[in-house]
Design a binder for this molecule. Structure first.
Ligand SMILES: NC(=O)c1ccc[n+]([C@@H]2O[C@H](COP(=O)([O-])OP(=O)(O)OC[C@H]3O[C@@H](n4cnc5c(N)ncnc54)[C@H](OP(=O)(O)O)[C@@H]3O)[C@@H](O)[C@H]2O)c1
Length: 298
């Protein structure tokens, strides 16, 4: 039995259908009944619970041979949750702990990287078989939807800085292979980076080409990004999230954030998806799902 945590998120939405289709026994841990229902419809076992609460991870690990742990994004207790997941895996006799980390987890001035660095270190001292996956910045459909809708590409760091990115369809192909063929991947740490390195102007240019119209790029602050994330909620209750997002803005504005696609290319046995291919795929899906909206705005 495989356990996937944060199983209906950006990675989970792509990974769970791949596992379900292959017919492998899998348990999904999510926080809401709504996500639980969606995953049950795929035919997978579901545990609904908050992984930051005592006992939930212990229950989730029962009878599990391999776990893929994705730490909840922007969670103030992400580090403790990572440690607890490793402890629970050890206590339950799990053989293989696969950890969703981040590219360049050694960067201490990125809050969420330092957390993952600490979880990686804890995992290395756990005596569990491990595989650590370090994805670059995700190419996120959710970040493209507002661009398709509003025609502006917004980024919360310097528009002139370069970044490497990765398609989560590629990442979850790797996760699938790591879980299903564990012997090949024990003890490995893999950087998962797509092709190319882009500044915001180049990303905007690619989106413009795909949409067939100019798409301006605009820099926003980490706090503006937070506001979009939390909506009308009181920012005083989101101090950790604000720290993470301000650190991202500062670091990515001061330095490029780049990696190399070789490892991902070797693991996939093909070229990773480019940003242009990713935008084309998502724009096709957007047009198929929202033709009325586009006609209205034309
Ligand atoms: N964004 C990037 O560019 C990037 C790059 C590299 C690494 N990362 C890292 O990737 C991780 C996030 O991966 P992701 O984007 O695939 O995940 P995600 O979309 O943030 O995960 C959301 C899922 O996690 C579940 N969840 C959230 N909090 C939970 C809790 N306390 N207990 C149980 N379930 C919980 C949600 O359940 P419900 O659906 O029920 O709400 C949902 O299914 C983070 O650690 C982030 O730092 C991100």
């Amino acid at each position: 039995m495989f356990l996937i945590t944060a199983a209906n998120g950006n990675q989970g939405k792509l990974l769970m259908p791949k596992l379900a289709k292959a017919g492998v026994p899998v348990r999904a841990l999510v926080r809401s009944e709504q996500s639980g229902d969606k995953l049950r419809a795929l035919g997978v076992e579901v545990l609904v619970g908050d992984m930051s609460e005592a006992g939930v991870l212990d229950r989730a690990m029962e009878g599990v041979t391999s776990v893929y742990h994705i730490g909840p994004v922007l969670h103030p207790r992400e580090r403790e949750i990572g440690f607890a997941a490793i402890d629970a895996a050890r206590n339950a006799g799990v053989r293989h702990f696969v950890f969703s980390s981040v590219l360049h987890a050694i960067i201490t001035d990125l809050v969420q990287h330092e957390i993952k660095r600490d979880v990686e270190e804890y995992l290395l001292a756990s005596d569990l078989e491990f595989t650590i996956l370090q994805p670059a910045n995700y190419m996120l459909p959710l970040k493209l939807q507002p661009v398709f809708r509003d025609g502006v590409f917004r980024l919360s760091w310097s528009l002139d800085r370069l970044q490497s990115m990765v398609d989560l369809d590629d990442v979850t192909d790797v996760v699938f292979d790591v879980l299903v063929n564990p012997d090949r991947h024990y003890g490995a740490t893999y950087e998962l980076v797509g092709r190319g390195r882009y500044d915001a102007h180049q990303l905007g240019g690619i989106i413009s080409d795909v949409m067939g119209k100019p798409v301006p790029v605009e820099e926003i602050s980490g706090d503006e990004y937070l506001k979009a994330f939390i909506g009308d909620k009181d920012p005083a209750n989101f101090t950790h999230e604000a720290r993470v997002l301000r650190a991202i803005s500062a670091r990515y504005s001061a330095h490029d954030f780049i990696g190399n696609p070789n490892v991902l290319t070797w693991l996939l046995g093909r070229e990773p998806t480019s940003f242009a291919q990713f935008v084309e795929r998502n724009y096709r899906e957007f047009l198929a799902s929202a033709p009325a909206l586009l006609t209205e705005r034309a």
